[in-house]
Write a protein that binds this ligand. Structure first.
Ligand SMILES: C[S@@+](CC[C@H](N)C(=O)[O-])C[C@H]1O[C@@H](n2cnc3c(N)ncnc32)[C@H](O)[C@@H]1O
Length: 232
């Protein structure tokens, strides 16, 4: 399947639109079905060898619930982490902020375009996470984004849709579990824009200071990690 990037409806809707709110709720269930929290947890655990970061930022974080689930797994070993939730739309609910606080993690909601933010000096961080986000971009923009990320972080952990017939078939069945029209549209578009093989490694800025790993993960996901050879 040739990679095809098309606009997604969720990106166009205001955060408070009921269809957007419903679709973000659907994404929590889809992330669970895909197993993305577990995949990211394993990638980050392996790449850090358990060494705790000071700051973690998710790019395209949406309502922040994906990173909250990841934080719940990591917080017992990693106390006091500072979290940034970056998205063009401000969709993080007060109870999500409070839940990070209850884990002892501080949270900053960053409402910005990813390219603008990565240009800023304060974008410096130990770990960047991207979940169901990089597939939004054409190869040229994606190469630019990855080059900016490489300047700002010591570790990038990514979980994206896998561009496969199985994932495409599953994305067409999301109506069966009650997902709304926005989710059903965006899921099919996302799989067609997803990744296989070493497509992300091929766009990462080459350099001996980076160790890369890229692979299919579980049934529907594609995982990529870039970590500085000297660790985080
Ligand atoms: C499919 S959602 C994924 C949300 C979250 N990572 C999750 O797994 O639930 C993609 C998110 O990317 C955001 N987004 C799209 N383009 C963006 C950009 N250029 N800069 C920042 N955020 C962007 C959208 O607003 C949306 O919340």
């Amino acid at each position: 399947m040739k990679r095809r990037v098309e606009p997604e409806w969720l990106d166009e809707l205001p955060a408070e639109d009921p269809r957007a709110v419903g679709s973000r709720r659907d994404l929590t269930r889809i992330n669970r079905i895909m197993g993305n929290v577990g995949i990211l947890g394993r990638l980050i655990g392996d790449a850090t060898a358990g060494r705790p970061p000071r700051r973690v930022v998710e790019l395209g974080a949406g309502d922040g619930r994906l990173l909250l689930e990841l934080a719940r797994r990591l917080a017992p070993r990693w106390p006091g982490v500072s979290v940034g939730l970056l998205d063009r739309r401000e969709a993080v609910r007060p109870e999500t902020r409070a839940a990070f606080g209850a884990l002892g993690w501080t949270v900053e909601v960053i409402t910005a375009d990813v390219f603008d933010w990565l240009e800023r000096p304060e974008a410096q961080t130990d770990i960047l996470v991207a979940n169901l986000f990089l597939h939004h971009f054409q190869p040229g923009s994606l190469a630019e984004l990855l080059a900016l990320a490489a300047r700002r972080t010591k570790l990038l952990a990514v979980c994206e849709p896998r561009r496969s017939a199985v994932a495409l078939a599953a994305s067409r069945l999301l109506g069966c579990i009650g997902c709304n029209d926005v989710t059903r549209h965006d899921a099919v578009v996302s799989v067609r824009a997803g990744f296989v093989g070493t497509e992300l490694s091929g766009l990462w800025p080459v350099g001996p200071e980076w160790r890369l790993r890229e692979e299919g993960a579980r049934l529907f996901s594609h995982a990529f990690v870039a970590v500085r050879a000297d660790g985080i």
